[in-house]
Structures are given as C-alpha cells and as structure tokens.
Design a protein around this ligand. Structure first.
Ligand SMILES: *[C@@H]1O[C@H](CO)[C@@H](O)[C@H](O)[C@H]1NC(C)=O
Ligand SMILES: *[C@@H]1O[C@H](CO)[C@@H](O)[C@H](O)[C@H]1NC(C)=O
Length: 211
C-alpha cells in the first residue's frame, strides 16, 4: 500500500502547523512588544538610556508587567553591585598607587558596597513576596531599602570627592563605577515608584502583583 507515506506526510505537516501556531499563542509576549514595554516604562527613570540598555537583555525572559520589570531592574543593580564590590576589594592590592586618604575612601566604599548588596537583596526578596493585601507596608520597605542603597553609593562618591586633591587613577576608576551603580539603583527606584502609583490605578494592564 502506498497510503503510508501520505499519512506520515499529514502528520509532519500538522506538527509543523501546530508549532507555528504555538509561537503566536501569546503575541503580547513577542520580542518587539516587550522591547516597547521596556522603552516606554523606562521613561519614568532619570537615566532612560541606561534603563533600556540594562533591561533589554531580560526581554526574552520577562513578562510585560511592571512588577517583573522592577524585579529585573533590581536584579541588574544587585548583580552589578556584587561585581563592582569584588573588583573594588581587588584594588586593595594596589595600595602603593594610593594615598592614605584614598585608601581610607576605598575601604569605606567597599563597606558601602556590602551594605548596598544587602539592601537590594532584601528589597528583591520583598518584591518576590509582594501581595496586594499587604501592599503599602511592603512597598514602603522596598522604597526604604533602595533609597538606603542609593545613599550608600552617594557616601562612597563623597568619600572620593573629599580627597580630590590627592585623587589619582584609582579614584577615577572607582568613581565611574559608583556613578553607574547609583544610576542603576535610581532607575530601579523610579520603576518601583511607578509600580506604587499604578498598582491600584485599575488600568486594565496586568501589573503582576499577587492578589
Ligand atoms: C539576575 O541576573 C542574573 C545575571 O544576569 C541571572 O543569572 C539571574 O537569573 C537573575 N535573577 C533574577 C531573579 O532575575
Ligand atoms: C553599568 O552597568 C551596566 C549594567 O550592569 C553594565 O553593563 C555597564 O558595563 C556598566 N558601566 C560601567 C561604566 O561600569
């Protein structure tokens, strides 16, 4: 019988069609609309370009909710803070290139980075457990943690500003990274504040918060 190859062909064709349809099941999750969502949400931040470029790598794994976007922004600031913290600790080995006061400023900064990592971690944990029924206290905690993280980065910068006269190459390298981390935290905080404003606005858009 030669009906067999035809049956096989029908099965193959239906399988291809099924997989093509599956891709379109949720057009809202398509790459383009996520990119648009990131771009438009980032308009509330003070550093929208950094906001977009730092969140774009998450586009593939993100749901288009403000809650998920804040989570990604906090995570970006956390991962970066950890990286810079390790890098800054490594600079201690170059103490010969630093003045006494620069060394002191660096040590303070390393401490500030540890605190920053700790605060963002607490904030991220709170966000993962965010519930509509307990929204205000949890939002308040997160805003406090993220503001504290921002303040810590500010103290670090101030420490280096104070030694301006003696500041060399190392100070400059630290400052550019601290400034970047401050901007990442500031962006996460701006998105968090947007979530606070929109959570009960009933816009019809899923904000991603648990009931
Ligand atoms: C945070 O980012 C890191 C590195 O980009 C990634 O491996 C991790 O899965 C992210 N975690 C969350 C909760 O998004
Ligand atoms: C700023 O942070 C982003 C996100 O982690 C990173 O990709 C970029 O390299 C950082 N820039 C500087 C100057 O540290």
């Amino acid at each position: 019988m030669d009906s067999r190859p035809a049956t096989v062909l029908v099965i193959i064709v239906s399988a291809i069609m099924a997989s093509a349809t599956a891709k379109d099941v949720n057009p809202q999750h398509s790459g383009t609309s996520i990119a648009e969502f990131i771009k438009s949400s980032c308009q509330v931040s003070r550093y929208p370009q950094l906001c977009v470029s730092s969140l774009s790598p998450y586009a593939g794994s993100l749901k288009p909710t403000l809650c998920d976007l804040v989570k990604a922004a906090m995570n970006v600031s956390l991962v970066n803070a950890r990286t810079v913290s390790v890098w800054a600790a490594g600079l201690k080995g170059r103490s010969a290139e630093m003045s006494e006061r620069e060394r002191a400023a660096l040590n303070d900064c390393i401490q500030n980075f540890d605190d920053t990592v700790d605060e963002i971690q607490k904030s991220l944990k709170e966000l993962e457990q965010l519930q509509r029924s307990n929204f205000n206290p949890q939002m308040n905690d997160m805003q406090t943690f993220m503001s504290a993280a921002l303040t810590d980065q500010g103290s670090c910068l101030n420490g280096f500003e104070d030694v301006k006269a003696a500041a060399g190459k190392i100070s400059a390298m630290v400052k550019v990274r601290v400034q970047n981390e401050s901007e990442l935290i500031s962006n996460a905080l701006a998105l968090l504040n947007a979530l606070a404003l929109n959570a009960f606005a009933n816009t019809g858009v899923d904000d991603g918060i648990h009931a």
